[in-house]
Design a protein around this ligand. Sequence first.
Ligand code: SF4
Ligand code: SF4
Length: 444
Amino acid sequence: MKTFKIGGIHPNDYKLNAEAPAKDLALPKQGIVFVNQHLGAPSKSIVQKGDKVKVGQLLTQNNAFIGSNVHSPYSGTVSKIDMVYDASGYRKEAIFIDVEGDEWLDSIDRSDTICRDIALSGEEIIAKIKEMGIVGLGGACFPTQVKLSVPEGKKAEYLIINAVECEPYLTDDYQLMVNNGEQCFIGVSILKKALNVSKAYIGIEINKPKAIAIFQELAKTFDGIDVEPLKMKYPQGAEKQLIYAITGREVPSGKLPVDVGCVVCNIGTAFAVYEAVQKNKPLFERTVTVTGNTVKEPTNFNVRVGTPISNILDAVGGIPEGVDKIVSGGPMMGKALFTTDTAVVKGMSALLLIDQNESKRSKDVGCIRCSECLKACPMGLQPYLLSALVENENTEQLYHENILDCIECGCCLYSCPAHRPLLDLVRLGKFNTRIWVTQNSNNK
Ligand code: SF4
Ligand code: SF4
């Protein structure tokens, strides 16, 4: 069975709430909508205190190529625009909306009708995706229209859809596939049209047999979309690993997927694209998995962007005793929340509650030269060496050892019997190396 070639690990998948359908979370009294929710040029708010807004109305406009709009998830009154902590602890501009009812723009099609005919041209699709604020929902929040605009001189041959959801605990993509399969396939067809490719592959790991069965049936009724069941291995959802698993093509160091003829999008993004193009619906809501061994009833919630985190935690009975950390995302690539006094953003896939035992770190006893981290690294790096170079502040050598290829998957940390803080060190090393590269651009 297909998978990627180098490294990888096999953590327990802990899909605790996989079969529980997502529940709609009640609207909050006040929504907190961050002005910037994408990777790229900063946006500006186009509303002011006192403005009345409807669901779907534009809140920020971003005309930069690598930029993305934000739309109101609520109807109500803008009560203030203020700085507030995001999940990582940075103070960022946010629009506070006092929620009054739930009045949507008439332009959004809220009917259950599913239309497979795609009326827009490729160019019109890309423009619509930008207008509707669609970003990659796999976590990076890269504006989707940029991925679809293949640079001159390069050609996309295949669209690769990441429906792997290889992070332990996460089940929001799975629920989407099981309950909205047809819409996901229409989204994939729209992405294919925008890219002008005739073939798309949807990669799904074999721990999701129900989703594979539904998708294989759907694939019989759509042109040029194949479902690829994949062997379970983390981090198969990473772009380079997924491309190799499905096509056998290797993306060289420093190159992009399109350099080997591939464009990768997440299945959640495909669904958001369906809603944007066929329903004229901007991206202002998503599914968030709330899970962890201490959570009484792990649940997937359909939530509006801007929902306070505390509202979601209240819906699972509050923070259970003994919880030490709340992680935004999965246990491997997620980041611990700086504060719960923040709100859902487009890229938030999960809230993972971790207790004291699970979060406790064992003491670093020093490298024992076992090479487990080397075997685990899916990028073919030498994490033991990188960590030592970071500690010795040898940034130039880090650059030559290709530290910037690191995808921060955490496989090295997971594998190390000496409990070296490899991921922390490698992240620090990448940060320092980026600065070094900027300062020494002629040394490349
Ligand atoms: S975090 Fe980086 S160095 Fe560690 S295994 Fe993943 S890619 Fe390799
Ligand atoms: S896994 Fe840990 S102990 Fe083994 S070589 Fe790597 S850093 Fe050293």
